[in-house]
Design a protein around this ligand. Structure first.
Ligand code: F6P
Length: 469
């Protein structure tokens, strides 16, 4: 049933705009996050009837729901912890993420067995909890923007409960090509596609991912998009205004001084900033840097690889092992090439946004070499805040390559030798060319700022509703 005082615009995502931590004295501390959806929702104004539906992720979040603590405009769902763990770690992160980023070591994985089916039932239950909450909260004819692979089944479930709604689904990840996607059992592949096709619009970050989605629909469901769902592309850009202001605050300036001391006066910096995510390809980045030092001894002592690798998904053993491997290879390079006055790799693992911005401003070269990435906002943020221009070495498998490829140095992320050569070329690029390229990169990177990105989707959903499909 439509609620009489329901919300007119709803966003649904696994991770919400706020998280809670339980303090030692028993109180709850709320922390608000950032990102495209947050700035998008804020531009439609505090008076708009907007609601964000998200999952309780931690014990702090669950405690907040139990105590009835909430932020205005946010509804957190306290889904049973075991069901949540199966849906988030089991299916979303260990299956769907792996499929779309093509991360499996296929001789041994994936294995779709009874355990997978058990976790899949939890994924369905978790999606149903979202669909039911949205159905309960939405006003007649409201617009609902469902986010990502966690919630692929929600559009169809919600459509059945509330045919009056305008429903959009947005994928922030790449989409797998059909040959890879069809590793999934046929019924599961059909359920995922059919789930998203329950939406009026299915949108993606690039044309490449949108095309892969339609190719999968044709391969799995037959020709044509059966439901008449429209396909959209919205390439999320960097928020120049926010970044430039934030990057000039005192805490960033303080960190620039500290980083300069770590790097050493007069040395060049090859910077990377990532979550320690399997798709980010941090290890091959380190191997390419080692190759550079091997092939071009002239750079020894004159360059430092500044790598920020912030913890991510540490509940999964494969992520913990990957994190250890990053540390091991960095240590190995330092042991092999380091001298008393020069540490070749400066690796930081503690998340610090101000320090990331400091590194962005100082970078001579930014290394963004993911195996596969929906967009990669680091590639867009660095040129925007760079002080003296920065050469972008960019994987052709990052979504950002569609917009930035022309002014970056393109690499095949698996080609360590090619990446080493690209780093050498980047370090030697004349200052004038580097500055010109950075200017063009910054313009391309900010073409669709987050608030506009969000509003465009909302507008398209409403416009589509007024046209016959
Ligand atoms: O970067 C792509 C993305 O799908 C984001 O949209 C999403 O917030 C994130 O990955 C999921 O990461 P996590 O598992 O840490 O919430």
């Amino acid at each position: 049933m439509a609620s009489t005082h329901g919300a007119e615009v709803l966003v649904a995502s696994n991770r919400g705009p706020v998280s809670y931590t339980l303090e030692e004295d028993g109180s709850l501390r709320a922390r608000r996050g950032g990102g495209g959806l947050v700035s998008g929702l804020s531009t439609i104004g505090p008076d708009a009837d907007a609601l964000w539906v998200c999952a309780a992720l931690s014990e702090g979040d669950r405690e907040a729901v139990r105590r009835g603590v909430s932020e205005p405009g946010v509804r957190m769902l306290d889904i049973d912890a075991a069901v949540y763990d199966d849906a988030y770690n089991g299916i979303a992160n260990s299956v769907l993420w792996f499929v779309h980023h093509m991360l499996y070591q296929t001789p041994l994985e994936p294995v779709f067995d009874a355990e997978f089916r058990r976790q899949w039932a939890s994924y369905e239950a978790y999606n149903r909890a979202f669909a039911e909450a949205l159905a309960e909260e939405a006003a007649e004819g409201a617009a609902v923007l469902v986010q990502d692979y966690h919630l692929a089944l929600v559009p169809r479930m919600l459509r059945r409960l509330r045919p009056d709604l305008r429903i959009g689904h947005f994928s922030h990840t790449p989409w797998a090509p059909p040959d890879y996607f069809r590793m999934l059992p046929d019924d599961i592949a059909a359920e995922l596609l059919g789930g998203i096709l329950g939406a009026d619009r299915a949108a993606f970050l690039t044309h490449r991912w949108a095309d892969a989605f339609t190719d999968c629909c044709h391969a799995v469901l037959g020709p044509g998009i059966p439901s008449g769902t429209r396909i959209g592309v919205h390439g999320l850009g960097a928020d120049a205004e926010f970044l430039r202001e934030r990057a000039h605050r005192p805490d960033v300036i303080e960190r620039m001084a500290a980083l300069r001391a770590e790097i050493g006066e007069g040395r060049k910096a090859i910077v990377r900033v990532d979550r320690t995510e399997l798709s980010k390809n941090i290890v091959r980045g380190l191997l390419a840097y080692r190759r550079l030092l091997e092939d071009h001894p002239e750079w020894r002592g004159r360059v430092v690889h500044v790598a920020f690798a912030y913890p991510s998904r540490q509940d999964l053993a494969v992520y913990r092992r990957y994190t250890d491997e990053v540390q091991r290879v960095a240590d190995e390079i330092n042991a092999e090439y380091g001298t008393p006055g020069w540490t070749p790799v400066v690796l930081h693992v503690k998340d610090d946004f101000a320090r990331s911005l400091a590194a962005y401003r100082m970078a001579d070269v930014a290394l963004v070499n993911p195996i596969r990435d929906g967009m990669n906002l680091v590639a867009k943020e660095v040129p925007v805040v760079s002080d003296e221009g920065c050469v972008l070495v960019l994987s052709r498998e990052a979504g950002a390559h569609e917009e930035l490829g022309e002014d970056a140095i393109t690499v095949n992320p698996y080609d360590v030798q090619g990446t080493a050569d690209a780093l050498h070329r980047a370090l030697g690029m004349p200052a004038g060319e580097r500055a010109e390229r950075t200017k063009r990169l910054a313009a391309a990177a900010t073409a669709l700022p987050p608030a506009q990105w969000f509003l465009d989707q909302l507008q398209a959903l409403q416009d589509d509703g007024s046209q016959p499909s």
